[in-house]
Design a protein around this ligand. Structure first.
Ligand code: ACO
Length: 320
């Protein structure tokens, strides 16, 4: 069995940053102070009408492939994590494959909402370690602006659009040290988009709804528990962790998680102020930013963590 490691990262945010003040100017009954105090969010990006998840994914994927020094034709596995696919089918992964000009890779989507990227990365790792595939493109891409209820100020101010990607390749040295994926459908209704396509129209409410306080408590608990689980599985003390790259939902969730783990916020990569919550894209986007600005370096221990609708949660501990 071979190991695997990340050889390239990429990110893409559409359009210009939209500030909290811009949301007020668009008629949402909120304020910069309320959003920044409760969530840490100051900006988010929104895709143009003609841009879909596969377009954002394409931009992020090109950057990740460039960093890895790989051509799209060398990729033999494409997994896209998204809850906002371009179409009901084909999968966004197949649409991305087409846009990349690749005609040979295995391609499919993963739907685990804000945990989607860590689910997709863990699946890709298992394909590569089995020896069946050698070069995977793993992407988180979302246009959450399309599923927001703009009359619900408690949720519409939290989210943005974007994509992040990594290239994961077979390696003789371990890159991924441990991983864990969890779900508990008992909590299906604290964060959901309960609509569906039915007989040519939409049945149910196709907009995001959330019990914010229940989500907050759940996220802090499982992000903390998963971090301990991943370090124990790799037989490493928490002090051996160089960087935590958690799902970017809310700065207070990240601060509470760090406190629970007795970890300095200096070790936590945060992009929520500039990006808002980009669901499956948030972890690879944050990873890409910290790799490109030089904070995350080769050989460091990095933990990626996701939590989101389902409820789903999990993480990947890797030696970068
Ligand atoms: N602007 C101004 N006022 C607002 C806004 C807003 N955007 N939204 C809600 N309010 C008001 C409410 O109407 C309410 O007013 P009232 O007291 O007069 O009734 C007051 O603020 C408090 O509302 P709550 O909903 O109780 O606010 P809360 O303190 O719970 O904060 C928040 C809401 C920020 C969403 C919080 O629950 C939270 O951080 N939850 C975590 C959820 C999260 O981050 N989800 C992301 C998706 S899940 C994931 O990615 C894991």
């Amino acid at each position: 069995m071979s190991f695997c490691r990340i050889t390239g990262t990429g990110g893409y945010l559409p359009g210009a940053p939209v500030s909290n003040h811009d949301l007020v100017a668009r008629g949402i009954e909120t304020s910069d102070e309320w959003i920044a105090d409760r969530t840490g969010i100051r900006f988010r990006h929104f895709a143009a009408e003609h841009e879909h998840s596969s377009d954002l994914a394409l931009n992020a994927s090109r950057k990740a492939l460039e960093m890895a020094g790989r051509e799209a034709s060398e990729v033999d596995l494409i997994i896209v994590a998204t809850s906002t696919p371009d179409q009901v089918f084909p999968s966004t992964a197949c649409l991305l494959q087409h846009k990349l000009g690749n005609r040979a890779a295995t391609a499919f989507d993963v739907q685990a909402v804000c945990s989607g990227f860590v689910y997709a990365l863990t699946i890709a790792e298992k394909f590569i370690r089995s020896g069946s595939h050698k070069c995977a493109l793993v992407v988180g891409a979302e246009v959450f602006s399309r599923i927001l209820d703009w009359n619900d100020r408690g949720t519409c101010v939290l989210f943005g659009d974007g994509a992040g990607a990594v290239v994961l390749e077979a390696s003789s040295e371990p890159g991924i040290l441990s991983s864990a994926l969890h779900a508990d459908g008992h909590y299906h209704d604290i964060l959901s988009v309960p609509g569906q396509v039915c007989n040519g129209s939409v049945a149910g409410k196709p907009l995001l709804q959330m019990d914010g306080q229940a989500v907050f408590k759940f996220a802090v608990r499982v992000l903390g528990d998963t971090a301990v689980e991943l370090m124990q599985a790799a037989e490493l003390p928490m002090t051996a962790l160089d960087w935590l790259v958690p799902h970017q939902a809310n700065i207070r969730i990240l601060q509470s998680t760090a406190k629970r783990l007795d970890m300095s916020m200096d070790k936590v990569i945060t992009t929520v102020a500039e990006h808002g919550n980009t669901s499956a894209a948030s972890v690879p986007l944050a990873l890409d930013i910290a790799v490109r600005d030089g904070r995350i370096k080769r050989g460091q221990n990095v933990m990626l963590e996701g939590v989101g609708g389902g409820f789903t949660w999990g993480g990947v501990l890797l030696r970068f």
